[in-house]
Design a protein around this ligand. Structure first.
Ligand code: PMV
Length: 361
């Protein structure tokens, strides 16, 4: 898809040097994507909230190459410093994208990228990083060829390209929420790119909080690539994929009606299922930390006691995503200070919320 050999620059009329600058957020899956096939195609549909505070800024600088060769020329700076490991990974990714962006071989490229959250936070930056890069590449195509003027076509291609970089990144392109993966429950949904889901949300979710309680900042013992691959031999795989499909339908109904209890039950079940799948793979992985469990118990006890709709989710790591509506922020933040921070690494938590999606800067 999106292969276009005509996107080649005319060397008799080279473009002026320039740069594209995007800020793109991370996202938190409520229905989890875990298990893939082919080229980054999901085994089940997923739905995520787009975050606001956890984001990556990426500048893509370009200049027409004086001497033509067939290489992609790339320099890579991460948080202001040259980074050879990231350069090598990004170069491999860009090489894989030359069918979609053949003009990349004609340019000298410099990527300058950095995260709003410290790299050491143990927060995955692949969704924000890959979506920011994909948006920069699509802006660059549009600046050079004028081929992505239509906003919907632009977002779709950016989501498609982001998916090739990191599956979950394709969902970061859209404000508030996104669905990725073909499902009869969402007309137009596709395995190839995500689609916007803001219109499927009751207003209570437009103002939802997603604070991240940092339980551990240690590097994950298993990459998400290896984790997805382990689903292939997982004895629960097929029933898991069917479960994700039916939970998505139930979640969509809770999101539409604003039923927070139904929403929260599905969010927590999905978080624990993701970890159950990792624990039941071969080899198995245990990514939960004693403090993750202590926090889950406190969250459930607080909910039972106060009746406040506060729920948790997890990514593929020990950190807790605390989900709650905007109208109880004062009580919840006070409780985080008094009861929850003591379980966080250096008392650290990130205030985040459902956001408006990427921004060109
Ligand atoms: O996008 P990847 O390949 O890093 O996979 C991410 C998978 C989870 O974050 C665990 C779940 C999800 O849907 O985002």
């Amino acid at each position: 898809m999106y292969e276009n050999p005509r996107l080649i620059l005319d060397s008799s009329n080279p473009p002026e040097p320039g740069q594209m600058l995007w800020r793109s957020p991370s996202n938190l899956a409520i229905i989890k994507y875990w298990g893939k096939h082919g080229v980054q195609l999901p085994r089940n549909p997923s739905l995520s909230f787009t975050l606001a505070a956890s984001c990556t800024d990426t500048a893509l600088e370009y200049a027409f190459k004086e001497t033509a060769d067939n290489q992609i020329d790339l320099e890579f700076y991460f948080q202001g410093e040259k980074n050879e490991a990231f350069r090598a990974r990004t170069l491999t990714f860009l090489e894989s994208l030359t069918p979609q962006f053949p003009f990349l071989r004609q340019l000298q490229l410099t990527v300058r990228t950095g995260n709003s959250f410290p790299h050491s936070a143990g927060i995955a930056s692949s969704a924000s990083g890959m979506s920011a890069l994909a948006l920069g590449l699509c802006s660059l195509e549009d600046a050079l060829f004028g081929t992505l003027q239509d906003a919907e076509a632009f977002d779709r291609k950016a989501s498609y390209i982001a998916r090739l970089g990191s599956g979950s990144a394709c969902r970061s392109i859209f404000p508030k929420a996104a669905v990725w993966g073909a499902t009869p429950a969402v007309p137009g949904a596709s395995d190839e790119y995500a689609v916007p889901a803001e219109d499927l949300l009751h207003p209570v979710f437009h103002d939802f909080h997603n604070d991240i309680l940092i339980v551990s900042t240690a590097e994950k013992p298993v990459s998400s690539r290896a984790g997805h691959a382990l689903m292939e031999g997982n004895p629960y795989a097929e029933s898991r994929y069917a479960q994700a499909r039916s939970r998505l339908t139930a979640l969509l109904s809770a999101l539409r009606s604003g039923d927070l209890q139904d929403f929260g039950k599905i969010a927590e079940d999905e978080a624990l299922t993701l970890h159950a799948l990792m624990m039941s793979s071969n080899p198995s992985f245990l990514l939960l930390h004693p403090n993750t469990l202590a926090l889950i118990e406190k969250i459930r006890a607080y909910r039972a006691e106060t009746k406040h709709p506060v729920f948790f989710s997890l990514d593929a790591g020990p950190n807790i995503h605390l989900l709650y509506p905007g109208d109880i922020i004062a009580e919840v933040r006070g409780w985080i200070e008094d009861e929850l921070r003591q379980h966080c690494a250096d008392g650290w938590f990130i205030q985040d919320w459902v956001g408006d999606g990427p921004e060109e800067m």
